[in-house]
Ligand binder design. Structure first.
Ligand code: PDD
Length: 287
């Protein structure tokens, strides 16, 4: 099926969508992005994603070329035009094209940021048996830059780490710095020990996950204990449970790390409960 996508003010068939070869997103990874999940044809945790987008743009001195109201309307129109029931919307803002390659940023008065959005259909994502059964992961060194709190499109290393996982015959990888887990390639990382949920505190070392914020809020509301601190790979391997969160994976259990079973080597009750709560609550709150 040919999708209808959004490019700089226009809804066009994906085959007709065009951006310049001089676009700084293409040449310099000078761009930020968001992925918003869609459930029952509605946007999940949208306010959080819009807010983080604004923050990423501000950190890089970029300006959104549309208003926030217009941005929401573009999301909704794309869902409608593509009959999207379940999946996600990918959004990218780049610093635009100044008509040549230059390390120096162009003047935003004359070079407008570029905005692209498209849908990705993933029927059955929320009910995925594979996700409920849990993922196996490996750990790899975290060699990314130190502004991981900005959601930039510099995804070469996360992509390499996913390829390392694929070659190792597992589903994903956790990134490790100074012996401590930072986060997953495209998700936040958690362990559960003696009923307590442990996840790295927010800093420039990790992306401030929108799913993370909601899941921790729901966990606290359900009287679960949460501790925001770093943990080591050894601690993770000795934990009762482990899991990840992201807009695409929601809450997905981790059942094996570097070939060693986590807990009983099967999806744990805390992770599965949080997955259920998150999906149920989001179905109610999606807009
Ligand atoms: N990734 N950490 C990293 C490095 C991420 O790339 C992501 C999201 C997350 C989770 O953030 P959120 O809960 O807001 O989705 C954490 C998206 C889904 C992606 O790149 O496809």
């Amino acid at each position: 099926m040919t999708r209808t996508v959004y490019v700089n003010g226009e809804f066009v068939p994906e085959t007709e969508a065009k951006v310049s070869i001089f676009d700084r997103g293409f040449l310099m990874a000078d761009a930020v992005y968001e992925v918003t999940s869609v459930l029952d044809g509605k946007l999940v945790d949208y306010a959080g994603h819009a807010k983080r987008l604004e923050r990423s743009l501000k950190e890089l001195d970029m300006t959104l070329p549309v208003t926030l109201d217009e941005l929401l309307e573009i999301h909704r129109e794309l869902v409608k035009l593509n009959d999207l029931e379940e999946g996600g919307i990918y959004l990218q803002v780049t610093r635009g094209s100044a008509g040549d390659r230059d390390f120096i940023w162009p003047d935003p008065e004359t070079t407008k940021a570029s905005l692209v959005l498209f849908t990705q259909s993933k029927p059955g994502n929320a009910m995925s048996e594979k996700a409920k059964a849990g993922y196996k992961i490996i750990t790899v060194p975290d060699i990314r830059w130190h502004r991981r709190d900005i959601k930039t499109v510099q995804l070469l290393y996360p992509s390499m780490a996913k390829m390392m996982a694929k070659k190792a015959g597992v589903d994903d990888a956790w990134l490790v710095e100074d012996g401590l887990v930072t986060e997953g390639t495209s998700n936040n990382a958690y362990i559960v020990k003696d009923g307590k949920i442990i996840t790295r505190a927010l800093s420039n070392d990790i992306l401030h996950g929108i799913t993370r914020a909601s899941v921790l809020k729901f966990a606290k509301e359900a009287q679960m204990e949460v501790e925001e601190r770093s943990f080591s790979v050894e601690e993770a391997k000795a934990a009762d449970e482990a899991f990840i969160t992201s807009a695409g994976a929601y809450v997905t259990p981790i059942i094996e790390i570097d070939g060693e079973a986590v807990g009983a080597g099967a999806s744990g009750p805390v992770a599965l409960r949080l997955r259920e709560i998150y999906i149920d609550e989001m179905r109610k709150a999606a807009i």
